[in-house]
Design a protein around this ligand. Structure first.
Ligand code: S3P
Length: 443
């Protein structure tokens, strides 16, 4: 697919449901007793794989009108799946369900695509082992396919999450749901807290204590009853990031984005863009289903480079690729600190971003856990991947690399071609028609 310089973007972008909340809605709905009704569920491939996983473990899920109706198996009552569970490209789906079934006394095999099969799973298997789970089989380095079997009775543990990761935190809490007693998870840096909030919404006995230095201690009472509930999924700020950055860098743009999730563990990109001088109006801030949401309106802006502190990285971890694109059009240098986790996402995002930027004429420097981008206001001379002797941007089965470089092509002087647009369907299947509806030249 190729993105070409676009005169302006205008209109309203109806961004699909939040991916993190969608996975958890399906997973917890499939576990809880009774009925869970979900509106606004993201129907990307990643979440559809979670629906299949819940079904394989004994839940029922079907769509009626615009609602997904899930009948859960009941906490402690998941069934042994008849075959391996395939999570496709989804690290979140795979790791959350590993936690969920890790404390059950039956064998389960997890599989994924070429990207997911490269990602580290030891970060989930290590705490599960402490609960008594046996690793039956895995590829070298604790990579998929992985088969494990939970113990007869799981031991509740106290676990300090070694890296900032909501997936690891959530996996341990979910495993704790089927362990007698209290499972404790400690995180030094606050990561997205959707699991804590939603577990409470489904009736779990869970409490969170935050120390003066920000360390959070989360305690969950295992083997309680979970009850189905109604969920309205807000629009995904990580998907909204693409039309937001596009509207900022394409001249004469005016784009509205209603109902965007504004949970502070997810708004680091908006904070950073505002510091860079972005014109983003945040209106109608309100609460919906336990989460803050707001309507955003974005106008084109001349951005300035900034240093993004490492302390902000957890709240914008998925947004660095598109921030790097914004930085390519900003005046001066943008430095992104403490972003080593980007190396173990759907691709090595630090390498993929640096390589894609260079292929399009952007000056950048990549360190082990940092990235520095030098911007060119107006995008003069930028672009060109996929023409002449320059190969298209390699997306490495990574949806966010694909969307980021398409956004770049809308404002660069020369078109930007990416080698594969199909991964976009994992998280944002409406991306191309939505952007074309705003006026984007994508073909
Ligand atoms: C997610 C957590 C983050 C994020 C991912 C979604 C979640 O991963 O990158 O897209 O829903 O819990 P890590 O926990 O590995 O940081």
């Amino acid at each position: 697919m190729t993105a070409s310089r676009t005169k302006s973007l205008s209109g309203t972008a109806a961004v699909p449901g939040d991916k993190s909340i969608s996975h958890r809605s399906v997973l917890l709905g499939g576990l809880a007793s009774g009925t869970t009704r979900i509106t606004g569920l993201l129907e990307g491939e990643d979440v559809l794989n979670s629906i299949k996983a819940s079904r394989a473990l004994g839940a029922q899920a079907l769509k009626e009108g615009d609602q997904w109706i899930v009948q859960g198996a009941g906490n402690g009552l998941l069934l042994e799946p008849g075959a391996a569970i395939d999570f496709g490209n989804s690290g979140t789906g795979c790791r959350l369900y590993m936690g969920l079934v890790g404390s059950y006394d039956f064998p389960v095999t997890f599989e994924g695509d070429a990207s997911l099969s490269k990602r580290p799973m030891g970060r989930i298997i290590d705490p599960l082992k402490l609960m008594g789970t046996q690793l039956v089989d895995s590829r070298e380095g604790c990579r998929l396919p992985i088969t494990f079997r939970g113990p007869r009775v799981a031991a509740p543990i106290e676990y300090r999450v070694p890296m900032p990761s909501a997936q690891v935190k959530s996996a341990v809490l979910l495993a704790g749901l089927n362990a007698p007693g209290i499972t404790t998870v400690i995180e030094a840096v606050m990561t997205r807290d959707h699991s804590e909030k939603m577990l409470a919404g489904f009736g779990a006995a869970i409490e969170v204590e935050t120390a003066a230095d920000g360390t959070r201690t989360i305690r969950l009472q295992g083997q309680g009853r979970l009850t189905g509930c109604d969920i309205q999924v807000p629009s995904d700020p990580s998907s909204a990031a693409f039309p937001i950055v596009a509207a900022l860098i394409v001249p004469d743009s005016d784009v509205s984005l209603p109902n965007i999730l504004m949970n502070p563990t997810r708004t680091g990109l908006i904070t950073t863009l505002l510091e860079m001088g972005a014109d983003i109006e945040i209106a109608n801030e309100r609460e919906s289903g336990g989460e803050m949401i707001a309507d955003l309106r974005v106008h084109s802006s001349q951005l300035k480079g900034v240093t993004v502190p490492g302390s902000r990285s957890a709240s914008m971890i998925d947004e660095y690729p598109v921030l790097a694109v914004a930085a390519a059009f900003a005046e001066g240098e943008t430095v992104m600190e403490d972003v080593g986790e980007l190396r173990v996402k759907e691709s090595d995002r630090l390498a993929a971003v640096a390589e894609g930027l260079r292929a399009n004429g952007v000056v950048c420097e990549e360190g082990k856990d940092w990235l520095k981008v030098t911007g060119t206001p107006g995008g003069k001379g930028l672009g060109g991947a996929g023409s002449g002797s320059v190969p298209p941007v390699a997306t490495h089965l990574d949806h966010r690399i694909a969307m980021s470089f398409l956004v770049m092509g809308l404002a660069a002087e020369k078109p930007v071609m990416i080698d594969d647009a199909s991964p976009i369907a994992t998280s944002f299947p409406e991306f191309v028609p939505l952007m074309q509806g705003l006026g984007a030249a994508l073909e």
